[in-house]
Design a protein around this ligand. Structure first.
Ligand code: CTP
Length: 403
């Protein structure tokens, strides 16, 4: 399963139904994925689950009253609607669905649904006969036409003993559906260029200098950017990986070829992310024929490769630029020096040690360094880390336009 975008504000509406017991688990799991949760309950929901439980799990007092002067002077229903990146109602009862389809604003939850510009996602839960009734089906069609996202219901044995459709989806299925709906497209319309993999610096037609980079991290970053809604150009050195669907892939071998591809696409991009392990040096000359082992000693002369990131940041209209650094000693200090030297907006650093090398592994550990702060993203599978990294980049990118 892909991770849920970290830091996303989810307003979780809970309405009356036995499935409300699953909402506690939903709050816990979404929070552990890094989402911030504000619970809003209807009166009927409180008969099934205690607000205190949800307050403890979400870390925020539950909101349940529309006409609460104290609450309205703080975060009122309009502010709640603005705060939410996504409004998820789980379980959504037949009564709530009817009210939403009718555009009612009769309690706090229906009012916030009406007031918000955020996507509204509902996970219905009710008896199978109620679900199948024409009135409910009509309401569901109205909501779908209004742009409300429907997840579930599941079919099977119900709490009342009936068998049929109407059961709320299980927690992980809800989280997974939310993820695939990709309701938070933080990079919609943004052009992102990612470099990935190693470079290959030829010595002769059969030999060359390269490194251990597998390209996995760069490909995961490209995929996470795609999921966040970006248009992605992926400039890749030699790897054995299949590219994510929908990226524009540019195959290159050497650092020089990578730079040329970057020159073609990066001038028209908003965010540039250099994940590639670019060779710093290349042989000063490439032999046209295979080097024979006649000589006892061979001396290789290497010359410096161009620095791709520095070329990107030296452009007049430079994109928001993110570098990567793999360091063995004083990783944070060295990464900070690279951030400044290459005029980057962000550098993501991993500490390479004898015990932990990111090369070829499915896991990685990253600290993100910006001119203002260090953010430890922890050690995770590369796909999950890439998604958290893209969330951080997206946040900083959008902030850079506000200042
Ligand atoms: N990079 C680049 N062009 C190069 C070398 C590196 O764009 N010729 C980029 C990498 O894609 C990475 C960042 O620079 O985003 C840092 O790479 P790294 O190899 O850690 O740093 P170097 O600048 O090569 O410094 P050093 O090898 O001395 O640590």
């Amino acid at each position: 399963m892909m991770p849920f975008p970290a830091g996303q504000h989810i307003l979780l509406g809970i309405t009356g139904g036995v499935a409300a017991y699953k909402s506690a688990d939903l709050v816990r799991r979404l929070s552990s994925q890094g989402a911030e949760i504000q619970v809003v309950m209807t009166e009927a929901a409180k008969a099934f689950i205690s607000p205190l439980t949800l307050q403890a799990l979400s870390g925020r007092p539950v909101r349940d009253t529309l006409l609460d002067t104290e609450a309205e002077s703080g975060m009122g229903h309009i502010d709640l609607g603005r705060w939410a990146d996504t409004l998820l109602v789980a379980p959504a009862s037949a009564d709530f669905i009817a009210k939403l389809a009718g555009g009612l604003a009769s309690d706090l939850l229906t009012t916030v649904c009406l007031a918000t510009a955020a996507p509204v996602v509902i996970a219905p839960a009710m008896n199978q006969a109620m679900w199948l009734k024409p009135a409910t089906q009509r309401n569901i069609q109205t909501l779908a036409a209004d742009g409300v996202h429907l997840i579930g219901p599941d079919s099977g044995e119900q709490a009342c003993g009936d068998i049929g459709p109407g059961r709320m989806l299980e927690t992980w299925d809800i989280i997974s559906e939310l993820e695939s709906l990709n309701v938070k497209k933080s990079l919609a319309g943004i052009k992102v260029t990612v470099t990935a993999g190693p470079t290959w610096e030829a010595l002769d037609p059969v030999r060359g200098l390269s490194n251990h980079s597998s390209g996995k991290m760069g490909y995961a970053v490209a995929e996470a950017a795609l999921k966040a809604g970006a248009e992605v150009n992926l400039i890749s050195g030699p790897t054995t990986l299949s590219p994510p669907r929908d990226v524009v892939l540019h195959h290159v071998r050497s650092a020089d070829e990578m730079l040329n591809a970057v020159k073609r696409v990066a001038t028209d991009c908003d965010i540039f992310i250099g994940v590639a392990a670019v060779a710093d040096y290349r042989p000063s000359q490439i032999e046209m024929s295979k080097i024979k082992k006649d000589a006892k000693h061979v001396t290789l002369e290497l010359i410096r490769n161009p620095d791709i990131l520095s070329w990107v940041t030296s452009q007049e209209t430079k994109p928001f630029t993110v570098g990567f650094a793999a360091e063995t000693d004083n990783p944070l200090e060295h990464a900070r020096q690279k951030l400044e030297k290459k005029s980057l907006d962000i550098i993501a650093v991993n500490h390479v040690s004898a015990d932990h090398s990111p090369f070829g592994s499915d896991e990685n550990q990253l600290v993100v360094i910006t001119p203002d702060e260090d953010i430890d993203l922890g050690r995770h599978p590369k796909t999950r880390l890439a998604s958290t990294l893209i969330d951080t980049i997206s946040k900083k990118f959008h902030e850079s336009y506000k200042t």
